[in-house]
Design a protein around this ligand. Structure first.
Ligand SMILES: [Ca+2]
Length: 293
C-alpha cells in the first residue's frame, strides 16, 4: 500500500508539471494539432519537443549552465538538464527555460504541487522540490552557479497574478556569496515593469540588496525587533514562514506561503512583490532565473 501511495505521489507531481507546461498558450494550440493529424504529430515532435526530462541521477552533464547548453545546441528544448558550473563540485539538475538565449531556473512557485516552503537553513542550503515542479534549487548550487570564474549573471523575476496579468523585474547583475557570508545577495541595476521590490522605494531598511539570507532557524534580518504598527517582529522568516534575503523585513518575499485564488490578499505571509501590488497580494506564479552575460 505504501508503495502504491508513493508511486501515486510521484506520478501526480510529474503530471502536474507536465500539465502546467502543456497549458501554456503555444502548447494548447499544438496539442490540438496533435489530436487532429499524424502529420501535425511529426511537425510537433520536430519543432516543439515536449519538455526534456532528465529523471535519473546518472544523466550526463550537458553544460555549465542553461545558457551554455543553448549555445552548444541552439534547438535545445525546455526541460531538466544536468549541469556542472564548477568542475570540482558535484553536478546537479536544473530546469532550463530556453527562451532568449537560455535561462537557468532556481525557483518555481505555482501552487500545483502544494510544496511547503517553510523550511530551515539546511533545506534552503541544499534545495527542495523537483526542478520541473515547484522547487528551490538550493543556496549552495545558486552560489556555485553565479560565482563562476570570468562570468557574470543577470537575474529575471517573472510573476503572474490570478487575473492573468504578467510582470517581470530584471537585474543586470546577480550573485550570492558563500555560506560563510550567509549567501549575501548582490544585485545590479533594475529594469522591468514589476518594480524594484528587492530595494524598495522607501526607507533604506527596506533594501534587501547586500543582505544575508535568513531562515526561521538562522536569523540575519536586522530586526531586534522590528516594529510595524503595534506588532514587534523578531524574525521575518519565522513570521512569514519563508527563507529569504530579509532586511527589516522588506518588500520582496517570493518564498512565503502560496495562497489560492479568492483567498490570496491580505496575508502577512505570501508570495509577495510589493512594488507591483502594494496591498499584500500573494501571486499565482513566481519564477526566478539567471542567464550568463
Ligand atoms: Ca532578527
Amino acid at each position: 500500500m505504501t508503495v502504491i501511495i508513493k508511486h501515486g505521489l510521484v506520478k501526480r507531481q510529474w503530471c502536474q508539471a507536465t500539465m502546467y507546461l502543456l497549458m501554456q498558450p503555444e502548447a494548447i494550440f499544438l496539442n490540438i494539432a496533435i489530436f487532429l493529424s499524424p502529420y501535425f504529430q511529426s511537425v510537433y515532435s520536430r519543432e516543439h519537443q515536449t519538455p526534456k526530462d532528465c529523471k535519473s541521477d546518472e544523466c550526463k552533464v550537458e553544460g555549465i549552465d542553461c545558457t551554455h547548453i543553448k549555445e552548444l545546441v541552439p534547438k535545445a528544448s525546455n526541460g531538466v538538464y544536468m549541469i556542472q558550473p564548477v568542475r570540482t563540485s558535484k553536478p546537479f539538475k536544473v530546469f532550463c527555460d530556453m527562451k532568449d538565449g537560455g535561462w537557468t531556473i532556481f525557483q518555481i512557485r505555482n501552487g500545483l504541487d502544494s510544496l511547503n516552503f517553510q523550511k530551515g537553513w539546511a533545506e534552503y542550503k541544499k534545495g527542495f522540490g523537483h526542478p520541473s515542479c515547484e522547487h528551490w534549487l538550493g543556496l549552495e548550487n545558486i552560489h556555485l552557479l553565479t560565482n563562476q570564474a570570468n562570468k557574470k549573471f543577470k537575474l529575471r523575476v517573472e510573476l503572474k497574478d490570478f487575473e492573468d496579468n504578467s510582470a517581470h523585474a530584471e537585474y543586470s547583475e546577480f550573485w550570492i556569496d558563500s555560506e560563510t557570508e550567509f549567501y549575501r545577495l548582490h544585485l545590479g541595476n533594475y529594469s522591468g515593469n514589476a518594480g524594484d521590490a528587492f530595494r524598495g522605494p522607501g526607507p533604506p531598511e527596506d533594501d534587501q540588496n547586500g543582505h544575508m539570507f535568513s531562515t526561521y532557524d538562522q536569523d540575519n534580518d536586522d530586526c531586534k525587533p522590528c516594529i510595524f504598527g503595534d506588532t514587534a517582529i523578531e524574525s521575518c522568516s519565522a513570521m512569514f514562514g519563508s527563507g529569504w534575503w530579509f532586511s527589516q523585513c522588506g518588500m520582496a518575499d517570493l518564498n512565503g506561503d502560496w495562497h489560492s485564488k479568492d483567498n490570496n490578499i491580505g496575508w502577512l505571509s505570501g508570495v509577495h512583490w510589493k512594488t507591483w501590488k502594494e496591498v499584500p497580494y500573494s501571486f499565482k506564479v513566481s519564477q526566478l532565473e539567471v542567464q550568463s552575460v
